[in-house]
Ligand binder design. Structure first.
Ligand SMILES: *Cc1c(COP(=O)(O)O)cnc(C)c1O
Length: 382
């Protein structure tokens, strides 16, 4: 649930009062600047949503039809779909078991063992297709272990597109996610840490790419008076009203992150010692924003599986959610899944995300008590 308690009303009213409501206006510029400064990148281009941001990032990165792009299998479906929008093919990479992110070793293994470097290009030995990019998805507010991925990407001249849509504000080795790869995407959908109702952003240090992103997301207009377009573009720009909300939300992001940390710490403490419940962890090299707070439910130890627990909690008015069906299992990608992804399979089976909106407050105790009562130990909090 978005938190709306800052300057949202004021800034949106300013748009309405001045008639600057559409995709040109000072708030779009301000929103881009505020996100660029926050993430520590040179350029930011606001888009209608995070999926459009991913589509644009793939286009400006030069991903071509029938190229292959490595992407986390355990993710919301948007990055896989964006790969298909440009006619390229996703190669799904399993998660690692500790922090549930794209497994960097599996990325390296695939590129080193299953691909061949020839004529300045990397090709998948099995399909013969060119491998062009990697999309590490920083899921649930926690960063991917990027260094090994960046190293192998440099070696084979692959573009790294960070899907940072769930992790604005998270840090990898003290650096903001979103400025570690070549280009990155954020989302400001209603369920994300900050929201503009719907919205997204492409960020990059590459000036030429940023200009191109702006161009193709504005219908690739070359002469706005004569309506000359030298290529096919998209109507992907964010409106000034949405950007106004974004500016107000960005003013509060530090408070939101503090609230998320407090919620995560309280769950960490409250769930201690419940058999069969493994809360998400934060790597020593990471600062998570705990966008979601997810636990793994071991059926044998806990006494019921994640879906049975979901139903029992729903009966007492506590809404929880499973993780996403991994992409290699998705019917939408049924025809192209040679990869076995056992870790993601288990995370999907056992994962349950607990209530964790910024405004959760005291009702968090109720969630902890409900989990204790339903565990095999059955003891409420002391
Ligand atoms: C939310 C999300 C997106 C896309 O965001 P929209 O703004 O909803 O289009 C992309 N990737 C991931 C991993 C997401 O969670």
């Amino acid at each position: 649930m978005p938190e709306i308690r800052g300057n949202e009303w004021k800034y949106i009213k300013e748009c309405l009062d001045t008639n600057w409501v559409s995709s040109v206006g000072s708030f779009v510029d301000r929103f881009e600047q505020i996100v660029a400064d926050y993430v520590d990148v040179k350029h930011a281009v606001a888009t209608v949503n995070g999926t459009a941001a991913l589509h644009v990032a793939l286009l400006v990165a030069g991903v071509q039809p029938d190229d292959e792009v490595l992407v986390s299998t355990l993710t919301f479906i948007a990055p896989a779909n964006a790969i298909r929008y440009v006619g390229a093919w996703p190669v799904f990479i399993d998660a690692e078991p500790d922090y549930w992110q794209m497994d960097p070793q599996k990325v390296v293994d695939f590129l080193e063992q299953d691909c061949r470097w020839a004529g300045g290009e990397l090709r998948n030995k099995a399909t013969g297709q060119r491998v062009k990019a990697i999309i590490p998805v920083h899921i649930l507010g926690h960063p991917v272990d990027l260094d090994p991925i960046l190293t192998v990407a440099r070696k084979y001249d692959l573009v790294v597109i960070e899907d940072a849509t769930e992790s604005l504000g998270a840090k990898y080795k003290a650096q903001m996610v979103g400025h570690l790869g070549d280009i990155a995407c954020f989302s400001f959908n209603g369920n994300k840490l900050i929201s503009t109702g719907g919205g997204g952003m492409v960020v990059t240090d590459n000036e030429e790419w940023a200009q191109r992103a702006r161009h193709i997301s504005t219908q690739a207009k070359d002469d706005p008076v004569e309506y000359i377009h030298n290529e096919i573009g998209y109507n992907y720009r964010l409106s000034n009203i949405q950007a106004a909300m974004g500016v107000a939300q960005m003013e509060q992001i530090d408070d939101y992150i503090v609230a998320k940390h407090r919620i995560a710490a309280a769950y960490g403490e409250g769930l201690k010692g419940i058999p069969g419940l493994q809360p998400m962890r934060q790597a020593s090299w990471a600062e998570s924003v705990f966008w979601l707070f997810t636990v793994m439910v071991d059926e044998a130890e806990f006494g019921s599986d994640s879906r049975a627990l979901l139903k029992k909690l729903a009966e007492v008015g506590i809404q929880t959610r499973p993780l996403w069906q991994p992409m290699h299992l998705s019917p939408a990608y049924a025809d192209l899944n040679p990869n076995d992804c056992p870790v993601a399979n288990q995370l999907y089976r056992e994962g349950l995300s607990l209530p964790c909106s910024v405004g959760l407050g005291e009702s968090q105790h109720r969630v902890v008590d409900a989990l204790r009562l339903r565990s095999s130990s059955g003891k409420p909090r002391a």
